[in-house]
Structure formats: structure tokens, C-alpha cells
Design a protein around this ligand. Structure first.
Ligand SMILES: [Zn+2]
Length: 328
């Protein structure tokens, strides 16, 4: 039996690969820019090339460290991909970030090319599994992970298993509607939590404040992003602080809904916006304390991700390992 797994995190911007050991530690990694508007075969060639390169580089580093310079024993390859995956977990049906990448039987393509098992998983699910396997959720059996970025992604683990839903589309936390007739969301609905509390939603609300004449040190400073708002809040900019706290209150509502429906042991928040730390966490917890049932709010862990940007690679590898364990 081999000892290593290749974990791939296919994103609209970056394509990342890592050699992961069976405890969820990344031993070697490579990352390239995804050729996201290219034809499918160009993207699959990028993936194949990156896998080849990562294994080759890992082999030479282990040789350099005086370890055996044989080809590392690869148990299999896990791929986390954005977008919709068919129910069997074999084909990427559609991905909004990779416009030409449709109906690609990537699982078979990878396992035929590398002669090892491959697992294909939605990227948010893979990240959730990563946190469960080797991150913040190591010691719990159930968790919901929420990734705050340009959009809001989510993954659900129940009884040590990913919950994919009857049609493989569960865990879409970002599209929980929290306000009837709210702002339009990227999904076409109105009032989703993503339209308020994603980085995009936060910037939109901040611009509205400025348009309404609220003073801020960020006025006339050019680009406004979640990061510049956070940095300004830390410097004491009141408008920025207000927006982050409001974001926390919106997220708090979403978390209360999740707790009422699933009652998970833990909710993990991930993504660049968690850099706001307590500025974001405190209002989340205030809303939970007021809104969640007493039986759950005291004992539900609300935490930030431990794996950060590595959750995708580690989780994809973990999904492969889990599949091998359950298939024997
Ligand atoms: Zn939506």
C-alpha cells in the first residue's frame, strides 16, 4: 500500500496540487494559474501536467533528504472542483468559473492516465471534509463549514460522512434566503445570505453607506475590497467597523438557521474574511445567543478554519482516503 495521496484543488483562478500523507499533512505542493477560459482538453492537460510535476518534484525532494528515491507510492488522486458534479461523482457537469468545462468525465480520465483510483468531489464539500479529517473538526462527528469569499460556499458532515443530498447539491449554505425581496444573488434568487455577507455583498453594502454620505477614511481611496474594509476597521474607521459587525449579524442569522435544522456539533467559518477575527465573530455569537435554542447555542462550537487555503487540497486527498477505507 502506498503512503501518499495527491490532492488537487481546481479553482477558477488557481490550480493547486499537494502530496498529502495519510494524516492530512501536505508534504509538497505546487500551484499554477488556471487557464479558466480555455478548452476542456487544455484544462485537463494542465491538471495532468501538474500531477506529474508534483509527484516528480516530491520524488526529487525526498531523494535530496536522503530518503528512498523510488517513485513515491501514490494511493490515489482526489480532485476538488467547483460547480455541479453528477450523482455518481464521476463527471463535472458545469462550473460557473470554467465556462467551457462541461460534462467532463474527469474521474475516469485521471484514473486511466495515472492508473490509480480517483475521487471527484465538489470543492466546498472537499474543504469541509478536510476540516473534519485534519483540521478544526478533528474531534467532532458533525459539522457545517461555511467558506466566505467572492461567494459563500458550504459543506455538511453528518456522522463522519459528507452529506451530499439526494441530488448531490446539498450544503449550499450561501443560498439560504434570509430576506424576502432582498438584493439579487448570483444564483438568480433574492435575499440569499451570499448577497449580504460574501465579500462581494459586504463591499456592496459599504458602497451604499458611502453613497449615503457616511464618512469613512476609505472614501476616494480607489479600490474597496473586503480586505481594505477590514484593514480600515482595525485602524478605527467607524463605517468599516459597522459594516463588518453587520456582516457578522447577517451570518449569525444564517448560523441560527443551520443550528435549528441540523444541530451540528461545530460550525467552521473559512475564507479571507475570517481575517477580521473577533470583529466578525463577536456579532455572530451575539445573534446566536439571542436566536438559537438554548439547548444548542451553549455547546455548539463556532470556530474559524484551521486549514485555511489548504482545506481544498487536504480535503480532496481525505475524500480519496475515505473512499478507499469504505470500499475495502
Ligand atoms: Zn443565492
Amino acid at each position: 500500500m502506498g503512503n501518499y495521496i495527491v490532492g488537487i484543488d481546481l479553482g477558477g483562478t488557481n490550480l493547486k496540487a499537494g502530496i498529502v500523507d495519510n494524516h492530512g499533512k501536505i508534504l509538497h505542493r505546487l500551484s499554477i494559474k488556471t487557464n479558466n477560459n480555455a478548452a476542456p482538453e487544455t484544462i485537463s492537460d494542465q491538471i495532468f501536467g501538474l500531477i506529474d510535476e508534483t509527484i516528480k518534484n516530491f520524488q526529487s525532494t525526498t531523494a535530496g533528504a536522503g530518503l528512498k528515491s523510488t517513485t513515491p507510492d501514490i494511493l490515489g488522486i482526489g480532485l476538488g472542483s467547483p460547480g455541479l458534479i453528477d450523482k455518481k461523482g464521476e463527471t463535472i457537469l458545469f462550473s460557473p468559473n470554467l465556462p467551457l468545462w462541461r460534462n467532463i468525465p474527469i474521474k475516469r480520465m485521471i484514473s486511466e492516465r495515472f492508473h490509480v483510483p480517483c475521487v471527484l468531489e465538489n470543492d466546498a464539500n472537499a474543504a469541509a471534509w478536510g476540516e473534519k479529517w485534519a483540521g478544526a473538526g478533528k474531534d467532532v462527528d458533525s459539522l457545517v463549514m461555511i467558506t466566505l469569499g467572492t461567494g459563500i460556499g458550504g459543506g455538511v458532515v453528518i456522522n463522519n460522512k459528507l452529506w451530499r443530498g439526494a441530488h448531490n447539491v446539498a450544503g449550499e449554505v450561501g443560498h439560504m434566503v434570509i430576506q424576502m425581496n432582498g438584493p439579487k444573488c448570483s444564483c438568480g434568487n433574492y435575499g440569499c445570505i451570499e448577497a449580504y455577507a460574501s465579500a462581494t455583498g459586504m463591499v456592496r453594502r459599504f458602497r451604499e453607506l458611502l453613497q449615503n454620505g457616511v464618512p469613512s477614511s476609505l472614501k476616494n481611496t480607489g479600490e474597496i475590497t473586503a480586505k481594505t474594509i477590514n484593514d480600515a476597521a482595525l485602524r478605527g474607521d467607524k463605517a468599516s467597523l459597522d459594516i463588518i459587525q453587520e456582516t457578522g449579524r447577517y451570518l449569525g442569522i444564517a448560523l441560527v438557521n443551520i443550528m435549528h435544522i441540523l444541530n451540528p456539533e461545530m460550525i467552521v467559518l473559512a475564507g479571507g474574511m475570517t481575517g477580521s477575527g473577533d470583529l466578525l465573530m463577536n456579532p455572530i455569537k451575539q445573534v446566536i445567543n439571542q436566536g438559537a435554542f438554548e439547548a444548542s447555542y451553549k455547546d455548539t462550537y463556532i470556530v474559524f478554519s484551521k486549514l485555511g487555503n489548504d482545506a481544498g487540497i487536504i480535503g480532496a486527498a481525505g475524500c480519496l482516503l475515505k473512499e478507499l477505507e469504505t470500499s475495502v
